[in-house]
Design a protein around this ligand. Structure first.
Ligand code: NOJ
Length: 996
């Protein structure tokens, strides 16, 4: 019984680890438990590939062993195919790797490398069950929804002299891919200049299929210690050809868990260089600056690569390349006036090393004329090598092309971009009703109240605790009276208990994830022993759909929406708090293959369930709302994300800004952090500043851990309560601007919060700035206070433009840094000249109650004297906008004619019934005020303006009338301003106001 002691002690260690894990989840400690998560050195494939890189880089004679078989090349209809041969070092053998380079109509190129030997078949697992032998190639099924129309214009030519194949492609044939044959590599050019290079440093590595050779067990010699976990590292250290370090090929242990690796080593890696580019952004989700740091050690640099391995990282730390809950393997590089990008489509664990090299033409040039090249080394554990290339040149070109592939943020319901009140937990339905009443009593707006896991009957999702939530419907009806919503949590782990129909069905229908022995996988999560739905199984997704029907999930009604948490998935007793990599999913894929896309599949299933729930009920079905913790490229199509379990301290507040910005430039702008901080109790000052910051998160939710003190805004006391209420009112009054920004994101992928580099891609000084941002296309520039006791804020203005304080119109002029006073009651917020900002200023209890409220337009005049702004509006809930039921206006102020006009942007389907009905409903909604900031001195003494409005019913004639204008003189540093009182023009109609 060899197993005896070993097995037993391992079990004890396992139990102890579990106990500690649970304890640590309940009692917040100061920092992340590093030991729970691997470093690159503890991750076999990462270590091997770093060693490979070291060998390649340190050896001047290194030549990448990959070459393109020229005879295999075919170019057909925008797609180049061929075979790359990998020569196996020290042998005459080579491995055939099918290559595809696709050129899309959008100007995006895609390089895919597979492995012939792994393209078919299955492998036997130890217990007779089977797993797929193939490299996982279905990430695309989850992540990609468009943008792959092949380019008809792409043209190829061979250059035998240089041994290259060239393909000219993209808009105006400005792009070129130069495919180098030996060693294999690709250079991407724009306008003749190289922007991106693949395999320039020779780090391409496809770990090929090998037969496992059972080595005889080494006899233990007398006096020799038994080999312990960790010893492998020492072995590899001493083995200088560490690229062939075999110690983790077939098995790998970490933290008491052993990963069997039935397919052996199968990593894919590639180096990508951005010549001339100083900054790279992206690869969310991490803490730390927006502009990514170098990762191979040294001062101010990380020593581990950025890791993407979706995990429940408890008490995650600041400024770290450690993995977090979600992964977006999309990177942008920035240099003056040029942005390019790559997207590494791979759902397995991934690490990205970043290094920079500087070259200077002349050592005496003092840096003038020197150029930085940023290099990224992408390493994934499994799957095919699949990389997309975007050649810009503008930030939006790159983000737009990426979101063209992975989809745009769904236009959310309006309530979803208003304020959400959450905590773990509102403890009874009466508690919820009470909080709801108190918001009203204190005149503080909110739209949504949330229920965390304690509402359930013993952590069984789709049930209510009968003692504490005896009347969920009554509760929801009360919320509905003020158009408020409830969001209830539903996690993917299902309590493994008899008499719980959800569990019984999951098991009897065989819809759960399996372990490596082909049995249903059991792990530990909130409910104790649990099983996990396998959303890769279409039958499981179908079944999940049924669970959300109103007659199944009793106690829910139309105003109830869903929070999918713990979907990395979080498994308390699993390796690195997640699922074993050798678990098996539908289709025979190992968990290793799909780990990073796992969270997305759950949200996808929930999204379909919520759609189906309403579709069955009624034709006017509304847009689902889901919040997810785990995500992958494409998750933006289904809802919002938040940054997980942060802490109630000042550095975390500051950190939230680059994190939310990073999501925005990664195609997933509907992002926020827990306002107030999840763990711990914020001081009142911190809470107040957090609300002021949160008012600018696209997803704005207060949330708190179960052990924290209650902190609903109305509890803050004077003066904090009033200041928090002001921040909330600011968010509510700007909802028309937020909603329009979301609309823009939903059709173009544009970020909602825009960092400096995005707005001013020619301004190198601003490329590293990540603590201030612009909201949408409105020129609203915010820099929330994130330090204790801070009374002022320095804001960087990149352009030569006028900026005005949002609240008192104090005038600033760029470029340069300006100081803005920021006492506790103030949010540093400026308005850049040249924009028109739509607002709704009437205080209401919830956004739903603002539906027919009038608008205020704020015209911000800058250097040119002209201004422009958009307004998008629809019913804020249904899909009717797809049938034309929306209002989309452009407001234009022209100084040459001193007039403001409202034009239709697009209403192509406006003749449809839904469109007509909507316009009719909005007929009475007016503009009640126009404020002109920086108003021309010539208006002094003007007492009224001329309004002409198109008459309804298709008549082109305009009715003309005069309305009053109030002039406000310049005062100290403040701008002059004027107010048009009650112009009464329809928000959905055409009109003109002449300031004469
Ligand atoms: C973990 C989530 O990150 C947190 O927000 C939530 O309150 C707890 N799970 C309990 O559900």
């Amino acid at each position: 019984m060899m197993l005896g002691l070993n097995g037993l002690s391992r079990r004890w260690v396992g139990l102890l680890a579990l106990y500690i894990a649970i304890l640590s989840l309940l009692t917040p400690a100061a920092t992340v438990k590093h030991d729970n998560f691997k470093t690159c050195d503890q991750s076999g494939f990462c270590k091997r590939n770093r060693a490979y890189a070291d060998t390649a880089i340190s050896n001047s004679k290194w030549e990448s062993p990959y070459s393109l078989d020229q005879a295999s090349l075919k170019f057909d209809n925008g797609i180049l195919t061929g075979v790359v041969n990998k020569k196996i070092i020290n042998t005459d053998e080579s491995v055939r790797l099918p290559l595809t380079v696709a050129f899309y109509e959008s100007g995006t190129a895609r390089v895919t490398i597979d492995e012939e030997k792994r393209q078919k078949g299955q492998i036997e697992l130890r217990h007779g069950s089977k797993a797929s032998k193939q490299r996982y190639n279905e990430a695309e099924k989850w992540a990609i929804v468009g943008g792959t129309t092949v380019s008809k214009g792409a043209a190829t030519s061979q250059d035998t002299e240089t041994g290259t194949t060239k393909v000219v492609y993209g808009p105006g044939s400005k792009f070129e891919a130069v495919i180098r044959h030996a060693p294999f590599g690709v250079d991407f050019k724009r306008d003749g200049e190289t922007q991106i290079k693949f395999n320039d440093r020779g780090l391409l590595n496809v770990e090929h299929w090998r037969q496992k050779v059972e080595k005889p067990k080494e006899e233990k010699r007398e006096g020799e210690e038994e080999k312990k976990e960790g010893d492998e590292a020492v072995v590899a250290e001493s083995d200088k050809s560490a690229a062939e370090d075999e110690s983790t090929w077939w098995e790998e242990s970490f933290g008491g868990n052993t990963d069997s690796k039935p397919r052996g080593p199968e990593a894919v890696a590639l180096d990508v260089s951005f010549p001339g580019y100083q900054h790279v952004y992206g690869v969310a989700e991490h803490t730390g600056p927006l502009s990514l740091k170098e990762t191979r050690g040294g001062e101010g640099k990380h020593s581990d690569p950025y890791r993407l391995h979706n995990s429940d990282v408890f008490e995650y730390e600041m400024d770290s390349p450690m993995t977090l809950y979600g992964s977006i393997p999309f990177m942008q590089a920035q240099k003056k006036d040029s942005t390019v990008g790559v997207f590494w489509l791979n759902a397995a664990e991934t690490w990205i090393d970043i290094t920079k090299t500087s070259t200077s033409a002349n050592p005496l040039s003092l840096g003038i004329g020197s150029a930085t090249t940023t290099q990224a080394h992408w390493i994934s554990e499994a799957g095919v090598l699949d990389m997309f290339v975007f050649l810009g040149p503008k930030p939006q070109d790159v983000i737009g092309a990426y979101t063209d592939l992975t989809g745009y943020t769904q236009l959310p319901q309006q309530f979803a971009i208003a304020y959400h009140q959450c905590r773990w937990n509102y403890v009874t339905d009466e508690d919820v009703r009470d909080v709801d009443r108190k918001f009203d009593k204190h005149n503080i707006p909110y739209d949504v109240i949330w229920l965390d896991i304690e509402y359930t009957d013993g952590k069984k999702y789709f049930t209510w605790d009968p003692m504490t939530f005896p009347d969920p419907l009554g509760m929801n009806e009360q919320l509905d009276e003020h158009e408020r919503k409830l969001v209830a949590i539903i996690d993917p782990h299902i309590k493994n208990e008899g008499n719980y129909p959800v569990n019984e069905e999951l098991k009897s229908k065989d819809l759960a994830v399996h372990n490596k022995d082909s049995n249903i996988y059991e792990g530990w999560c909130w409910p104790g022993s649990s099983t996990w739905i396998d959303c890769f199984n279409p039958k499981a997704r179908d079944w999940w759909k049924g669970l959300f029907r109103y007659d199944k999930f009793k106690g829910t009604m139309k105003n109830v929406w869903i929070w999918n948490d713990m979907n990395e998935p979080s498994v308390f007793n699993g390796p690195e708090t997640t699922m074993p990599k050798d678990n098996i999913h539908h289709g025979g894929w190992e968990h290793r293959d799909i780990h990073n896309v796992n969270g997305l599949t759950l949200v996808n299933a929930t999204y379909d369930a919520l759609l189906a729930r309403d579709k069955d009920e009624d034709k006017h079905h509304v847009r689902p709302f889901i919040l997810t913790r785990s995500f992958y490229s494409g998750s933006q199509r289904m809802g919002a994300m938040w940054t997980g379990d942060n802490q109630a301290d000042w550095p975390r507040l500051a950190e939230s800004i680059p994190m939310v910005l990073s999501m925005g430039i990664s195609g997933f702008p509907f992002a926020g952090a827990d306002v107030g901080g999840f763990f711990g109790n914020p001081s009142k000052e911190l809470l107040t500043r957090w609300y002021q910051t949160g008012a600018f998160y696209p997803f704005f939710r207060g949330h708190a851990h179960i052990d924290t003190r209650r902190r609903e805004p109305y509890l803050a006391g004077d003066p904090y309560k009033a200041i928090i209420a002001q921040a909330l009112r600011l968010r509510y009054s700007l909802l028309p601007a937020w909603y329009t920004a979301f609309h823009e994101a939903s059709v173009s992928g544009a970020p909602i919060l825009r960092p400096n580099y995005y707005m001013h891609p020619g301004d190198e000084k601003g490329f590293g700035i990540d603590d201030q941002f612009y909201l949408g296309s409105y020129g609203l520039l915010a820099k929330p206070v994130t330090q204790e006791g801070q009374q002022g804020q320095d804001i960087y203005l990149a352009d030569k433009e006028k900026y005005y304080d949002y609240f008192d119109y104090w005038t600033y002029e760029g470029p340069g840094t300006v100081s803005v006073a920021a006492p506790l009651e103030t949010i540093p917020l400026l308005m850049q000249g040249g924009h028109i900002i739509p607002r709704r200023d009437r205080p209401r209890r919830s956004s739903g109650l603002m539906r027919y409220d009038p608008f205020t337009l704020v015209i911000v005049l800058g250097n040119s004297g002209d201004a422009e702004g958009m307004l998008y509006l629809d019913d804020g809930e249904s899909f009717d906008f797809q049938d034309g039921a929306f209002i989309h206006r452009r407001f234009l102020y022209t100084s040459a004619t001193s007039s403001l006009v409202s034009e239709d942007v697009a209403s192509t389907k406006a003749s449809g019934k839904k469109a007509q009905d909507y316009l009719k409903q909005m007929e009475s909604v007016r503009v009640e005020k126009i404020i002109v900031i920086g108003a021309p001195a010539a208006w002094k003494g003007m007492s009224d303006v001329e309004v002409s409005e198109e008459l309804g019913g298709g008549e082109s004639a305009a009715a003309t009338r005069r309305v009053p204008l109030d002039w406000h003189e310049k005062d100290e540093g403040r701008a002059a301003w004027a107010v048009v009182r009650d112009p009464g023009v329809r928000v959905g109609g055409g009109w003109k106001i002449a300031f004469a």
